[in-house]
Design a protein around this ligand. Structure first.
Ligand code: SME
Length: 186
């Protein structure tokens, strides 16, 4: 029997699935680039995320739903997901997009650099970033945001785009809000 919480989440998921936006963005194997509009209301996205993860304590479930929501709602991206810090390495977590490298050393690539610096990195052209790790050859720009709890690195949110210079400070601020919404639930 489903709990009232899981019922309400199913209802919310169904409402989202029924929406026009979802139908437009439904990803298939042939459609690996999310097609939502570029200008996104991150406040609204944060509220949608709260609706999906409030009441659920499982970290993987909440990271998985967050990556699926971002994949559905952000335009012109080809990969979105999480790396989690485990035994001083970044280990692949829930994501949407093509298969990616399972482990990244601290200091390696954009992810390892953001992890080491504890800072968000926006890369306008990944080919100009020394040591960039190419998981999907279609990726041209990238944003990586550290997830920090009480001063300690928990993991990273990584998003790739097939378009050069896709991410700006509006995305950075909005995605930092998404991370703050997610943090108590992972
Ligand atoms: N490009 C990243 C590797 C992860 S994939 O993009 C999913 C990097 O340079 O660290």
């Amino acid at each position: 029997m489903q709990s009232s919480n899981s019922q309400s989440i199913s209802q919310r998921l169904k409402a989202m699935a029924d929406s026009d936006r979802h139908s437009r963005n439904a990803a298939t194997k042939e459609d690996t680039v999310a097609k939502a509009p570029l200008s996104v209301d991150y406040q609204q996205l944060s509220q949608q995320l709260s609706g999906l993860i409030n009441g659920e304590k499982d970290r993987v479930a909440n990271l998985a739903n967050c990556s699926a929501l971002l994949w559905q709602e952000l335009g012109n991206i080809n990969w979105v997901g999480f790396y989690l810090l485990k035994r001083n390495k970044l280990v692949l977590g829930p994501f949407q997009g093509k298969p990616a490298c399972s482990r990244i050393e601290l200091g390696a690539g954009v992810c390892g650099t953001a992890a080491q610096m504890l800072k968000t990195i926006i890369v306008a052209d990944v080919h100009q970033f020394p040591g960039h790790i190419a998981c999907d050859l279609a990726s041209k720009s990238e944003i990586v945001l550290p997830i920090i709890n009480e001063g300690k690195l928990v993991g990273l949110l990584d998003i790739d785009s097939p378009e050069t210079d896709r991410f700006d400070h509006h995305d950075q601020q909005g995605l930092e809000l998404i991370i703050q919404t997610l943090l108590p639930h992972i």
